[in-house]
Design a protein around this ligand. Structure first.
Ligand code: SF4
Length: 280
């Protein structure tokens, strides 16, 4: 009986050891398998292969972010440019300065509520020639200066051609604040604002006024006749002597040839004593 027990114990011990060995072998094999698998999956770059391409093959999360085109970048750079800062001119002449300051605080009509700046007018306080337009436009409103847009540039270019600089003349408008969307001035606005223009003319005492276009010409000359019929001739008015002519914006629109405006400018300069003749 004892022999049987010993035999069973011996058998159990042998089987147990065998089982442990088998398990250890399996674990070892598994480790080797895992080890082999991991190693196989890592691609060892060959010396000839350009490893930079590896990066190309890997999806870059940044690729999912839309890269701005050159155009977008330029547009962004453009929008990031600081907006120009305009400082409206302030008269140096004491009388004009006092009038300017009165206009700055004027609330006689509603235009001061919608306009960005007062466009009082600027130039030589002792100018022989004073140019009068209708009302400030968008550029003028933004800068607080009259006739800085394309129409004004055309007029100044013509004057420059005959030796007159912007600083030599005085430029103003019937209205000192811009009407919304460049609409025509209302009669109530004209009544409220023109005393300032009259006062400006009294202070500057120009030899001649040049009125531009229908609106200012008809107002100053107190007529309803159209500009094409009254332009080109120096005439008397309650504001002084006047040369009515076409508005430069009508020339830019192509409504009239620039020759007509140039002819009137030369006539005006001759009237105030400039020795100029119409050039080709
Ligand atoms: S437009 Fe003339 S009247 Fe009207 S608020 Fe301006 S300055 Fe005064």
């Amino acid at each position: 009986m004892n022999n049987i027990k010993k035999l069973i114990q011996q058998q159990f011990t042998n089987e147990h050891v065998s089982s442990i060995n088998t398990t250890q072998n399996n674990i070892q094999n598994t480790d080797q398998s895992v080890s082999s698998t991991n190693t196989d999956n890592i691609e060892t770059p060959s010396p000839e292969k350009n490893t930079d391409n590896t990066e190309d093959e890997v999806e870059d999360p940044m690729d999912n972010i839309k890269k701005p085109s050159t155009k977008d970048t330029k547009a962004k750079a453009k929008t990031q440019e600081p907006a120009p800062v305009f400082i409206p001119p302030v008269p140096t002449d004491p009388q004009l300065l006092e009038l300017h300051n009165t206009c700055l605080t004027c609330k006689s009509c509603e235009l001061c509520d919608s306009a960005l700046n007062l466009v009082f007018g600027d130039g030589n306080p002792k100018a022989q020639l004073m140019v009068i337009g209708e009302a400030p436009g968008a550029d003028e409103d933004e800068q607080g200066r009259p006739f800085v847009g394309r129409a004004g540039q055309l007029l100044i270019k013509l004057l420059n051609k005959y030796g007159v600089q912007r600083e030599d003349i005085f430029i103003a408008n019937i209205l000192k604040h811009r009407p919304p969307n460049n609409r025509n001035p209302l009669s109530s606005e004209i009544s409220a604002c023109t005393p300032f223009l009259r006062k400006q003319i009294e202070i500057i005492q120009p030899k001649l006024l040049i009125t531009l276009g229908n609106f200012s010409s008809q107002y100053i000359l107190e007529t309803k006749t159209g500009i094409t019929k009254i332009r080109g001739v120096v005439q008397e008015s309650s504001y002084g002597m006047v040369m009515p002519t076409l508005h430069p914006s009508a020339i830019i629109r192509g409504a009239y040839p620039v020759d007509l405006l140039e002819k009137d400018v030369v006539t005006a300069l001759q009237y105030i004593g400039y020795d100029v003749t119409l050039e080709d």
